[in-house]
Ligand binder design. Sequence first.
Ligand code: LRH
Ligand code: MN
Ligand code: MN
Length: 408
Amino acid sequence: MPEREAAFEFLREQLGDGGVDADGVVAELRRLEIETPSWGYGNSGTRFHVFPWPGAARTVWERIADAALVHRLTGTCPSVAIHIPWDRVDDWTALRGYAEGQGVRLGAVNPNLFQDDVYRLGSVCHPDAAVRRQALDHVLECVEIACRIDSGILSLWLADGTNYPGQDDFRGRYRRLLESLGEVYAALPDGMRLLVEYKFFEPAFYQTDLPDWGTALLVCRRLGPQAQVLVDTGHHPQGTNIEQIVALLLVEGALGGFHFNNRKYADDDLIVGSVEPFELFLILNEIVAARRDSATTATAETIAFMIDQAHNVEGKIDAMIQSVVNIQTAYAKALLVDRLRLDEARRAGDVLGAHRVLLDAYETDVRPLLAHLRAQLGLAPDPVQAFREGGYAERLAAERGAIAYEPR
Ligand code: LRH
Ligand code: MN
Ligand code: MN
């Protein structure tokens, strides 16, 4: 038996002794789907500099090809989110066909309401009705694009906010927000979801119109059941308990999806799980717990797992695969949590006993489980290594070269 399978058999036995069915865990891991963002494959950077990466994708076609490569190596990323106008094409049928030919589908459509000069004072909350109209027309066009590519998700983030006390009227802006999003909601076809993404600051530095999950939830409540909250893990003040937000949104049936990434200071968009892997595990633990609870299963099953990250000094595809693997790893660990023992400890008031149940799962080396899953899928056991040793980066660098950054 190869060493890898022996490691799996050993783990299977060990888990079995604790009442965990390793094959069941592998089957659940197999159902996990993670959407990668087209914008993570091109060059990006900070306001200080954008370092061109040799081989980084230059066009939407190349971004889709790179997302497809990530799917071929991981087996878990069958869709790619697009951002309009960054990914705009004349012929959506052609782009859709190209993606399908590559083995992926087009996923969430992200309108862009933050890059035009006209949005200096906001988009759908702007004091001038003509600007709000322009912003709304763009979002409505994105609803149409979503229909054409058969995507079920419109993913909306607003950069709207103000920079100085007194600059605008909070109540007025909130009303404009509700009225504008009401028009978007009315245009959604059956089955399409509007995911409302919040962020506490940036680019606005004094006040943001959708600063937190509570405001996003209030808006979704006004709109209706097709509107749900999108949690970008990098969009909270320091120290925020994101796993609690996730749990509450699940109970409220309002958790639409994630933009996974990691951060140290602000909206850093680093590789998922690179700075706070335990936090990632705790978030996924809440999702697994909600899937096991009949009151929350329905919402927990429809969560869109999306990555939203950007790469300043590192290779794009390599970084994306590492994020995917880190999510799979944390999810596998969350699946190992002994929920009966956790429940008992909680009811007995055994504070540290309950905590140790989580640690037991978190500290398990799940790499043999993931390697076993990949063997089932006919993939290499370590997709990062497969990418690094497969000559992909060198081939893409030779084909595409390093292009100087041009604003998209
Ligand atoms: C805003 C954000 C949002 C955008 C993306 C490029 O910070 O998270 O999701 O669409 O970054
Ligand atoms: Mn985001
Ligand atoms: Mn962000």
